[in-house]
Design a protein around this ligand. Sequence first.
Ligand code: ADP
Ligand code: MN
Ligand code: MN
Ligand code: MN
Length: 358
Amino acid sequence: MEKNMNSIKLEYLWLDGYETPNIRSKAKYIDFDSSTFGFSSGEEFQLENVPEWGFDGSSTEQADGGDSDCILKPVSIYRNTIENTFSGDSYIVLCEVMNRDGTPHSSNTRSKLRDIAEESDELKMWFGIEQEYLFMDPKHDRPYGWPKFGFPSPQGRYYCGVGGDVVRLRNLVEFHAECCIAAGIPLGGTNAEVMLSQWEYQIGTAGPMQVCDDLWVARYMLEVLAERGGVSVSLSPKPIMGDWNGSGAHINFSTQYMREVSDSDYISEIIKKFESKHDEHIAEYGIGNEDRLTGKHETQHISEFSSGDSDRGASIRIPIVTAREGKGYLEDRRPAANMDPYRAINRIIKTIKGVVEL
Ligand code: ADP
Ligand code: MN
Ligand code: MN
Ligand code: MN
């Protein structure tokens, strides 16, 4: 009898129910019978072919012990470019968490973004997220490469630094970038940041759903690569108190109108709207952000709003080109590194909709 099976590994990813969500994942191995699924060998495995799955929500703050099953609904599939042992086809499957009756779980922030993204599709919004983070030594719970006691040299040469005295783990950063790009994630750049072992990568530009999904998968890949190398990744907004920068996740955004038609009055109108919703934005921009937004270290104070041309101490920075031409994009510098992009971008779209009155 002719066998027509493909051996496939599916790594299911979802967000747990913690206040700052964590990625959870588990693997399913299947012998994929192509005749049953109408899949011929050599073709890419499709999202439609991925079965729904479940997990124990009582272990992830998503259910009580008595009624603990939650459903994993596959919503996006990626080639698993960080696979290093499995010899068959390997995929990462991003999932939404659903209740047993098929409704979105209360922790499912993606489903809420899905709704508003559909409604505002005609705005043709683009986003670019700058994810900052700090590599940690998990055994000693301190930043990777920092001395056992005390601190490394003060900030100065680390930002975009070059050389073994000021840079750590560049191989890992570059390997992560390559794995993201190979998986189809638009990772646009990386740079060393202002503290030793702090880095940044940028995801985008892409539409709202894609940029958020891709950021979560990029975060997942970095966590696993770091894990394999014996290091961990901190997205804490202020990992080290004192005269050290925090970690942010600047969100750059534009609508088609901003890119192609707008003038400086229109840009001012958008910024005014953002100012009037400052507190609502801060509420969606990550837990512990008050330790980071102090008014120092290239931030505006959390209780104030300001904007400015090329101003890195502003809440919203108007990039040079946008200031010069009245068109382009804006940079919201307030989101913390640990923000949930589904929530942050949801809030940004709501505010912009208030300007354009869809
Ligand atoms: P900086 O560090 O100077 O703030 P980066 O180069 O790190 O800037 O990040 C700039 C970000 O802006 C990138 O993520 C890029 O994708 C995004 N971006 C560029 N053009 C647009 C645009 N028209 N709309 C939305 N985002 C944009
Ligand atoms: Mn940047
Ligand atoms: Mn940065
Ligand atoms: Mn920035």
